[in-house]
Design a protein around this ligand. Structure first.
Ligand code: GDP
Ligand code: MG
Length: 575
């Protein structure tokens, strides 16, 4: 096992992890130079289109007699659970820093994770080919932050391949081989999984002790699931069958299990017969921070949504979901996400990978109601890294988001820490932070706890009836603003009806905003003030048919007809 090296690439988003992985894949002959897509390991189409890694991605390479198991990771804070799970499977990491950006928030957050796990860290400055690269400054930042000697820092261009061969040699020399404690019995950690329609649950496993072969009878330590392994193999990066997976190796196993709940990420694979084996501590359950309701556009698609969520959960165990019912949309799910990007990616994966059409309500934090009319709201600790010239602008901005200043550390860049309500963080804070710092500031955060806040339910009424789908808990100081926005926006989105429609926002029993839509006087045959001539029969028919079709897509809320489109537009920021 001395010839195995398990390692990951970690960094802030866009610092070049997946591009560096490409160069490693070329050097080791997994792909041929010039004949593959960029960022080969970003295999999900959503990853490819958005240019961001959303999943950890393992690959096994051979290099000068060594087996190198690399796991590429996402850099965005919403996908940090992928990094956590990855780091439990490797002995070392390459910590990549973009020479044009310097150290950013996830550089530090991810480096701390690696330090906590006692992993060997190889610091690397990337993008040295770019004219904007400030190698000396980046070097100094790394030395200052991590207390590392200058000689230990590698310099590469993942794009041109400059320095990459040298770095791969360092991986072999510096990263320790896996420690094997015994071979008497099997212990493998499940770090990821997915559902294959033909072969059931596929498990991604890091074998720590013992070995797994095809035909072996195994059990899961916590879920107690028992099954016979029908195939084992490596990631090349496609699943490629092999004879066995030995202690120290990373690979996959095919379970043929069709019941999705029988496997969970973080569980330990053990021999079925040998009772010496024990469970690893697994992963700390991650806490979703923002919640949204998801409904199928076609109510009859609910069973498909249920199946889809369950299958997706195998591949994204940070999801949390429970069934709900809405007057307007029927049966759906309340789903917990790690952040806004995560919510958006999950929606898109559900639609594309499972062929669903969905309505997602705006993601919100969860308030806990107390007896005395107060609420508890989730608070996060935020770390902001910014060049010093933007310090004033950043501090001023934070004041508008109910943020409490904690600490400041100034080196080459400034590191600020704030305590901030999660509700503020998921408003437009990040966009504004980027704009006041010309894109230079970066942000990391983690959940701290709950704090008391004056809040209440902002109810939206249509002709006196509360519409739950448009109502939400809002902190007192934002109630007027939100109520005005809602009543005005709905006036634009709801079409005229036979009756007058009164739209009101009610907060703590008081109407605080209102608007109205005048009743429908003209019928559909009157367009832009002109009555269509009687001769134009076919056109008239078409219009009436169109109207009939449109009706079907209406939702009756009390006596008010609301087109589904209106909900979707209201719920979707970009419309
Ligand atoms: P990741 O988010 O860390 O995986 O970053 P990617 O590998 O997706 O790279 C982000 C962007 O930086 C892409 O447009 C890459 O082509 C570019 N990039 C990565 N490494 C280099 C480099 O060494 N030089 C240059 N010029 N561009 C690079
Ligand atoms: Mg990437």
């Amino acid at each position: 096992m001395n010839n195995i090296r398990n390692f990951a690439i970690i960094a802030h988003v866009d610092h070049g992890k997946s591009t560096l992985a490409d160069r490693f894949l070329e050097l080791t002959g997994i792909v041929e130079k010039g004949s593959h897509d960029e960022q080969v390991l970003d295999r999900n189409p959503i990853s490819r289109e958005r240019g961001i890694t959303i999943k950890l991605a393992p690959v096994r390479m051979s290099y000068q007699g060594y087996i190198l198991n690399l796991i590429d990771t996402p850099g965005h804070v919403d996908f940090s659970y992928e990094v956590d799970r990855t780091l439990s499977c490797v002995e070392g990491v390459i910590l990549l820093v973009d020479a044009t950006q310097g150290i950013q928030a996830q550089t530090i957050a991810n480096a701390y994770k690696a330090v906590e796990k006692n992993l060997m860290i190889i610091p690397v400055i990337n993008k040295i080919d770019l004219p904007g690269a400030d190698i000396e400054r980046t070097k100094k930042q790394i030395i200052d932050f991590f207390g590392i000697d200058e000689k230990e820092i590698f310099m590469i261009s993942a794009k041109t391949g400059d320095g990459v061969d040298n770095l791969l040699k360092a991986v072999v020399e510096k990263i320790p081989s896996p420690k094997i404690f015994h071979n008497d019995y099997l212990q493998g950690l499940i770090f990821d999984s997915y559902y294959d329609n033909h072969r059931g649950v596929i498990i991604f496993v890091r074998v720590f002790n013992g070995e797994i072969k095809k035909g072996k009878k195994v059990k899961l330590a916590n879920l107690k699931t028992e099954f016979e392994v029908s195939e084992v193999g490596y990631f090349l990066p496609d699943l490629t069958p092999a004879d066995n997976l030995k202690a120290g190796e990373i690979g996959y196993l095919v379970t043929n299990l069709k019941n999705i709940r029988e496997v969970a990420v973080g569980d330990t694979v053990l021999d079925k017969e040998n009772n010496q084996g024990f469970s690893f501590s697994g992963y700390k359950k991650i806490k979703p921070m923002v919640f949204a309701s998801i409904f199928p556009t076609e109510t009859s698609d609910f069973p498909h949504l249920k199946k889809a969520l369950e299958k997706l959960y195998l591949n994204d165990s940070s999801l949390e979901f429970s069934p709900i019912y809405s007057q307007a949309f029927g049966a759906g799910y309340k789903v917990g996400f790690l952040g806004l990007l995560h919510a958006d990616v999950v929606r898109e994966r559900l639609e594309r990978e499972f062929n669903l059409s969905l309505i997602l309500t705006p993601p919100q934090v969860e308030y806990r109601e107390e007896k005395n009319g107060f609420f508890q709201e989730p608070v996060v600790k935020v770390m902001i890294i910014t060049p010093s010239e933007y310090l004033g602008a950043v501090m001023k901005l934070c004041q508008n988001y109910r943020a409490k200043f904690l600490t400041m550390d100034s080196k080459d860049q400034i590191i600020l820490e704030y305590e901030m309500p999660m509700a503020e963080l998921i408003s437009d804070f990040f966009d504004n932070l980027k704009s006041v710092t010309s894109g230079y500031a970066s942000l990391d955060w983690y959940f701290l706890g709950y704090q008391q806040v004056k809040a209440g339910k902002l109810e939206l009424l249509l002709n006196g009836n509360v519409v739950e789908e448009f109502s939400e808990i809002v902190v007192e100081e934002k109630a007027y603003q939100k109520a005005n926005f809602l009543t005005n926006r709905l006036r634009e989105l709801i079409p005229r009806q036979q009756y007058e429609v009164r739209i009101q926002g009610r907060y703590k029993g008081k109407i605080i905003a209102s608007s109205r839509i005048a009743p429908f006087r003209k019928d559909v045959l009157v367009k832009s003030g002109k009555v269509l001539g009687t001769g134009d029969i076919s056109r008239k028919k078409k219009l009436l048919e169109k109207q009939k079709e449109g009706k079907k897509k209406m939702k009756m809320v009390g006596k008010v007809e609301i087109p589904k489109e209106a909900f979707i537009k209201l719920f979707n920021k970009n419309n």
